[in-house]
Design a protein around this ligand. Structure first.
Ligand SMILES: [Zn+2]
Length: 450
């Protein structure tokens, strides 16, 4: 339904003073008040045009009505609406254009429900005073700054103060609708999938369990599609496959099966991830992150009672032959030798760790000579670390881990979902607030002749 409305309004500008010092500031203040009123008028004209079309002209209403571009919030019906006048109180809507006051026209559905279609047409959440554009900006800011500072920043950017509580509510609402476990259908061949988890502080703030709450897991699966090495700093092309907060790894089952094919999966060897892969992607070769293993083997050597000063050299002695072998076969031989060495010296934890993950340290060397779709621009061999996820993990932790703060699980889930969705420009982020469309708006002075 293409409608075209035009309104013309007369603008009166005035000035009084002994001089024009401070003109700029005064004009900006005056214009800021004018701007939302101008655009509110255009929206109200559009609202009239829609209702003329759907319900018929005011004096000659259509008996059945035409199909509407909005629907009844109670019964979902799309036709059969009648005009029911205007709301007596003007509705305040905070937008990036300023604080708009709209006179809302009401319609009644055959089911008896009365509602104002304009807010629905604008994509405003039920009961919210915030426009979709402003909500998106608030959520963007809140994923980078503490809530209070996000609200302050929004004030400087848009000129109106949204309370900290409102920003918090926008994040809670948006985050609850932002489901990152839904499989994406726009990923085809993925050279490497990286899966890793981090822990964020969340849980009861008070009571018996508060002290022992260890936080919740954030699980992330990403697709590496290529590396751009033309710039000064190489940049990875990386997409979010799926993520979940405080849920078992199996929650990502459908998401990780989204891509058509995957060259190699790189993980840090967490048991939960192994279980997920056994079920969801049993046929994809698994690589244990060659970066994580160095840290983990030092940890095992510590458990074995090896002195700090000896740990690095010993870890290197055990791992270097396995990691630097030319082929997978040679790497497996080196692994046997390292396990024997560890065992002979009584490093039982280290030996066990090598037994658990060792075979997956050289998977990429075999994949390299296979027909799997591991190739990508800017890389000559399959991905074998999860390092590309580290920065993302740090960003998550920076936002949700301020000292002395503790989140409740739904709050941290909403925040992490939005942060990841925004950072990766995940499809769910674009769908959250209906802020992009094809409407064309114009403004200008009318040339007067004469
Ligand atoms: Zn209805």
């Amino acid at each position: 339904m293409l409608l075209r409305v035009e309104v013309s309004r007369e603008i009166r500008l005035g000035l009084e003073g002994h001089d024009v010092v401070g003109f700029e500031h005064s004009a900006m203040v005056a214009e800021r008040e004018l701007r939302p009123a101008i655009w509110a008028g255009l929206l109200e004209a559009y609202q009239e045009a829609v209702l003329d079309r759907v319900c018929g002209l005011r004096r000659s209403p259509l008996s059945r009505g035409r199909r509407a571009p909005f629907m009844c919030p109670a019964c979902g019906s799309e036709r059969g609406f009648r005009r029911r006048g205007r709301r007596s109180r003007r509705r305040v809507l905070l937008t990036r254009l300023g604080r708009m006051e709209l006179t809302l026209a009401q319609v009644a559905c055959r089911c008896g429900r009365r509602f104002a279609p304009l807010l629905q047409l604008l994509g405003v959440d039920g009961g919210s005073r915030v426009s979709p554009g402003l909500a998106r900006r608030a959520a963007e800011l809140a994923t980078e700054l503490p809530f209070a500072r996000a609200a302050a920043q929004l004030l400087t950017e848009t000129g109106h103060g949204v309370s900290t509580a409102t920003v918090r509510r926008i994040v809670a609402r948006g985050g609850a609708r932002c489901d990152l476990t839904v499989p994406r259908d726009d990923l085809h061949d993925v050279p490497a999938m990286l899966i890793d988890g981090t822990r964020v502080p969340a849980g009861p703030r008070h009571g018996r369990r508060a002290r022992s709450a260890r936080g919740v897991e954030v699980n992330i699966a990403c697709a590496v599609l290529g590396r751009d090495i033309t710039g000064r700093r190489p940049r990875a092309q990386i997409e979010l496959v799926g993520a979940s907060v405080a849920e078992p790894w199996l929650g990502l089952h459908d998401a990780v099966r989204g891509p058509r094919d995957i060259g190699i999966v790189v993980t840090d060897g967490d048991n939960g991830i192994e279980g997920l892969l056994d079920r969801a992607l049993p046929e994809v070769p698994r690589q244990h992150c060659t970066f994580h293993v160095q840290h983990n083997i030092r940890l095992r050597l510590w458990q074995d009672g090896v002195a700090f000063k000896d740990r690095d050299a010993l870890a290197d002695r055990l791992l270097a032959p396995v990691l630097s072998a030319r082929t997978r076969g040679e790497s497996l031989l080196a692994l046997e030798e390292s396990i024997a060495l560890a065992q002979d010296h009584g490093f039982d934890y280290a030996a066990q760790h090598l037994r658990n993950v060792g075979r997956q340290l050289s998977t990429w060397k075999a994949v390299r000579h296979s027909r799997r779709p591991w190739r990508m621009s800017g890389r000559s061999r399959p991905e074998h670390t999860t390092s590309l996820l580290e920065r993302t993990m740090r960003e998550v932790n920076r936002r949700v881990d301020p000292p002395g703060n503790r989140w409740l699980v739904p709050g941290v889930r909403a925040m992490v979902n939005l942060l990841l969705a925004r950072r990766f420009d995940h499809p769910s982020w674009k769908d959250l607030w209906q802020d992009a469309g094809t409407v064309r708006v114009w403004a200008g002075f009318r040339e007067s002749t004469g």
